[in-house]
Design a protein around this ligand. Structure first.
Ligand code: UDP
Length: 460
């Protein structure tokens, strides 16, 4: 095939859900496809395109569609349901226009790879007769829970104290996603999560962001249901196999990072001495919880680097930044990969967003897991009990994790006996992550198989 960018073997249109944690892994997957001779076009919403701080990569083409909320994105919608239904209506139309436009300009596509939160995109793929490929950015354990609920194989409310689901370890009710155990409160989010599976039996290929070794049993089970491939970890190549030229960062930042301030602050800190703290791009932490985290960091007496997004800053205790300035640095956003891979980092206090978790696992950084919502409660269980890369401080009866608990866990991870074991496991996972994506590794093979399928598919 010949296109504007020279010759290529197939053309993939890639449609992530418009949030940082969904764009990053799908953009990285696009880069992997490009490295294998596939042309990749990333589709952003108009709002994301206007608010991002950098252009992803000269190897990736970028196009836009509308979610119906061009000015302010999700925050412009009345609620989650309003956002998703509007996105479905406006997105389907504008996506169809885009595919036609590409075709008319000699850039026909062979596949539409879409985020699992937008199952309607499969209808658009079918309408054009191209391969419809769903991309899951959460763990297969979490996908498996939603799948069981969708099929009615698991019913709500969950009757505790523990829940047994085929392919998964026994889970306490509170270790299932918050959208499941608190499904009435989160009813919009619950329905969106279940809806990911509404047409899964009609998709041509299922791609998962993990690598096989992370969740062998559940991957084997799900692999019997659909044509499925694990393709992770999806970190920039410089942090893994180094096979992709110039692939040093994700490339799309929805917040402006304070990179130089962070890196020069970390520079002279002793090896393994710094606690890095971040609750990701979306979490709105309760004021009481923020205070407990703040005082635990001060109490730990460790150096710490804490990302508090501009919108959350007012929740910090008065004069906190000034008070701790000898030990701690608080920034509104950082280049998390550069920070996590810095030798001074000894532990990551994380909300267990799935990207953060895979990043920590791939870079071998031990964790203190303080899940906030969604899949993070299940992810935290896996961090502690399955991957054995961290510990979970226990919340009190109000759901707040108290400073003493956090402080104890930080100390245990940084200097305790359990910490030594965790460090050993972290080194093991770091090695496995690299092997999976390296040439001939489980994910690399899956990507090759997928590319072979694309090449043999007619583009439209
Ligand atoms: N991230 C970053 N800088 C920060 C905090 C987070 O670059 O200061 C990135 C992080 O590397 C990850 C993403 O933002 O890739 C957050 O995704 P995750 O799934 O961890 O959490 P979410 O934001 O979706 O809750």
């Amino acid at each position: 095939m010949e296109g504007a960018n020279g010759s290529y073997r197939a053309h993939a249109l890639i449609l992530p859900f418009p949030s940082q944690g969904h764009i990053n892994p799908m953009l990285q997957f696009a880069k992997r496809l490009v490295s294998k001779g596939v042309k990749a076009t990333l589709v952003n919403t108009i709002f994301i395109s206007n608010s991002m701080h950098a252009f992803p990569s000269s190897f990736i083409n970028v196009e836009t569609i509308s979610d119906g909320f061009d000015d302010r994105g999700f925050s412009q919608a009345k609620n989650c349901e309003d956002y998703l239904t509007t996105f479905q209506a406006v997105g389907s139309q504008t996506l169809s226009h885009l595919i036609k436009k590409l075709k008319d300009s000699g850039n026909s596509i062979s596949t539409l790879i879409y985020d699992s939160l937008m199952p309607w995109a499969l209808d658009v793929a079918k309408q054009f007769g191209v391969l419809g490929v769903v991309f899951f950015t959460q763990s297969c354990a979490v996908n498996n829970i939603y799948y069981h609920l969708h099929k009615g194989l698991l019913r709500l409310p969950l009757l505790g104290p523990s829940v047994s689901i085929p392919g998964l370890p026994l889970l306490q009710v509170m270790e299932t996603p918050t959208f499941v155990y608190d499904s009435e409160f989160f009813s919009d989010f619950y329905h969106a999560s279940i809806n990911q599976f509404s047409n899964i039996d009609d998709v041509d290929w299922v791609l998962c962001v993990i690598f096989y070794e992370m969740e062998k049993e559940v991957v084997d089970r799900m692999g019997k249901l659909w044509k499925m491939g694990t393709i992770g970890p999806t970190l920039p190549s410089v942090y893994l196999d180094k096979r992709l030229e110039d692939d040093k960062d994700y490339g799309i930042n929805l917040f402006k990072p304070n990179t130089s301030a962070c890196m020069s602050w970390l520079k002279d800190k002793p090896r393994g001495s710094v606690v890095y703290v971040s609750f990701g791009s979306l979490a709105e932490i309760k004021v009481e919880q923020m205070e407990e985290v703040a005082w635990s960091l001060k109490g730990s007496n460790c150096h710490f680097l804490w990302v508090v997004r501009a919108k959350e800053e007012a929740k910090l205790p008065i004069m906190f930044k000034e008070d701790v300035s000898e030990k701690g640095l608080v920034v509104t956003w950082c280049n998390q990969l550069e920070v996590l891979s810095h030798e001074s980092i000894g532990c990551f206090v994380t909300h267990c967003g799935f990207n953060s978790l895979i990043e920590a696992l791939s870079l071998g950084v031990p964790m203190v897991a303080i899940p906030h919502w969604s899949d993070q409660t299940t992810n935290a269980k896996f961090v502690e009990d399955i991957w054995r890369m961290g510990i979970r401080p226990k919340p009190d009866e109000k759901g707040i994790v108290r400073r003493e608990e956090i402080e104890l866990c930080i100390k245990e991870v940084m200097e305790g006996e359990k910490g030594k074991e965790i460090k050993k496991n972290s080194d093991k996972w770091k090695k496995l992550a690299r092997e999976a994506i390296d040439e001939g590794g489980s994910s690399d093979k899956n990507i090759d198989e997928f590319v072979t399928k694309l090449v043999s598919t007619q583009s439209v």
